[in-house]
Design a binder for this molecule. Structure first.
Ligand code: SAM
Length: 291
């Protein structure tokens, strides 16, 4: 049933978009001393080896982080994200790690490790992962960190228990695999429920860009939610393969995004589309509303 393993996809263009926005949002939360929680409903294993194992099957990171990895000319949000990946790689790569002559990191941080990199002493992380093996890896890596709790539980259900969080300041990241079609409906319902419980919270949902109806419909429904502050960042980097297969890009939808984010993305997302794009139609799109 749970066939999806994020290690196959770690560091791909979808991760890049999501993790750039995640780092930027955490930076914004850190501009105030007041504590916050980060709730990662679909946390994955935490971090991934790119130079061996599952990531080597399709080497998806070559279309993602590898294209930014060596660059020293990136604009601020992209540079901050790459710096966090470099920190993680430096701290976790084995002495003998090979990374194609340094053309990509040997180790890539998943959302939990990016959260850990920016979380302060007063903040808390709540990580949910359903796959038993990925949960075990995640739990082992976070066991000594008292700021975090890791649970082998359904992230959609867990939201009901953790919202609203005690500090009344939080970011919820929802990043399901979408391997089963029900994820499209679940994520929308979970977001609505989350907003009922915690309307002032920040919510971030990642959605793949596919030649299929379900993701398009989900994005349309998210943009019609009765919320005053939302932001949609979309990136298309590739043409579909024959038969319409393949993930050609992705979207991040946010409710209550940092107020600075839209302007930052308007400057930097075109750069990302140019760097990750593999065809002349590569593009980005930003939409949203703010009170
Ligand atoms: N957020 C991670 C990151 O950015 O590094 C990647 C997460 S991956 C896209 C989705 C994860 O959700 C997988 O590890 C999968 O096992 C897990 N998963 C699937 N259904 C779940 C559920 N209902 N609750 C919690 N985790 C789930």
């Amino acid at each position: 049933m749970l066939a999806y393993r994020h290690a196959f996809h770690a560091g791909n263009h979808g991760d890049v978009l999501k993790h750039v926005l995640l780092v930027a949002t955490l930076r914004h939360l850190n501009t105030k001393d007041k504590p916050y929680w980060v709730i990662d409903t679909h946390a994955g294993a935490g971090g991934y080896a790119l130079d061996m194992g599952y990531a080597q099957h399709r080497r998806e990171f070559e279309g993602g982080i590898a294209k930014l990895w060596m660059r020293e000319d990136l604009p601020p949000l992209l540079a901050d994200y790459v710096a966090r990946v470099r920190d993680f790689d430096a701290a976790h790569r084995g002495a003998g790690a090979v990374s194609a002559g340094g053309r990509h990191p040997a180790q890539y941080p998943g959302s939990p490790e990016l959260i850990r990199a920016l979380l302060r002493e007063q903040d808390r992380g709540r990580l949910f992962e359903l796959h038993p093996t990925d949960h075990e890896i995640l739990a082992a890596h976070f066991s000594g960190d008292r700021r975090f709790r890791v649970a082998n539980a359904d992230g959609y259900d867990a939201l009901k228990a953790v919202l609203p969080p005690p500090p009344r300041r939080a970011l919820v990241l929802m990043d399901p695999p979408y391997e089963i079609k029900t994820d499209y409906a679940h994520v929308l319902e979970a977001l609505k429920e989350g907003l009922r419980r915690f309307a002032q919270g920040s919510f971030m949902v990642w959605i793949p860009h596919l030649e299929r109806r379900e993701p398009t419909l989900l994005v349309e429904r998210l943009c019609r939610l009765p919320v005053t502050d939302w932001l949609l960042a979309s990136l298309v980097v590739a043409e579909p393969q024959e038969g319409g297969f393949g993930m050609t890009g992705s979207h991040v939808f946010m409710v209550n995004p940092p107020w600075t984010l839209r302007a930052q993305l308007e400057r930097e997302l075109p750069v990302l589309a140019r760097l990750l794009g593999t065809f002349p139609g590569a593009r980005c799109h930003i939409d949203g509303r703010s009170a």
